[in-house]
Write a protein that binds this ligand. Structure first.
Ligand code: NI
Length: 174
């Protein structure tokens, strides 16, 4: 178990596509998963993808605080192995987003408003859900790490990229 250093924008692994995982129940993955949780919690993040700790495998984790869900329900800590995302409408919404690989920065990113996602958990069971709003945003952000994408490359206008501390109260809260 360890708290690991998070790769920052510019590290080559963040720009590469991650490889699919052949066996989600591989014991080596369980120890990787533990490191990811500890690293995410220590960094006060709500999501983390394996490439951010320099492991090029298709594994992400995230949770959604109840305060960020329209219906106040929240999403418990979720692991997704080999995830896939399908948009369920053409609608997108733009909001500020942050990333542990771009510490201190935030920018406005358009994301699909309504998605279906599917993946496996670490016991090899299928997880499939529909998501909207912030939940959908978090899943798209984390899965993007598996395709070698960071949020600035999804921004419609790079001009909104900003240091959080320079924005007025709460405006850039990701
Ligand atoms: Ni990120």
């Amino acid at each position: 178990m360890a708290i690991l250093t998070i790769a920052r924008m510019g590290h080559p692994i963040l720009a590469r596509a991650a490889a699919p995982i052949l066996d989600p129940r591989d014991p080596a993955l369980a120890s990787l998963a533990t490191d990811m949780v500890e690293t995410m919690v220590a960094a006060q993040g709500i999501g983390l993808a394996a490439p951010q700790i320099r492991v090029g495998l298709q594994l992400v984790l995230f949770s959604v605080p109840a305060s960020r869900m329209e219906d106040g329900s929240g999403v418990a800590l979720t692991w997704l192995v080999n995830p896939e995302i399908t948009p369920l409408s053409d609608l997108t919404e733009e909001a500020y987003e942050g990333c542990l690989s771009l510490p201190g920065l935030t920018g406005r990113v358009p994301r699909w408003s309504h998605i279906y996602y599917r993946g496996l958990d670490l016991q090899g069971r299928v997880i499939e859900r529909e998501a909207t709003g912030f939940h959908a945003r978090v899943v798209q952000h984390e899965c993007d790490h598996l395709w070698g994408r960071l949020y600035p490359s999804r921004m419609a206008d790079i001009g909104s990229l900003a240091y959080c501390e320079e924005l007025t109260d709460g405006e850039g809260e990701p």
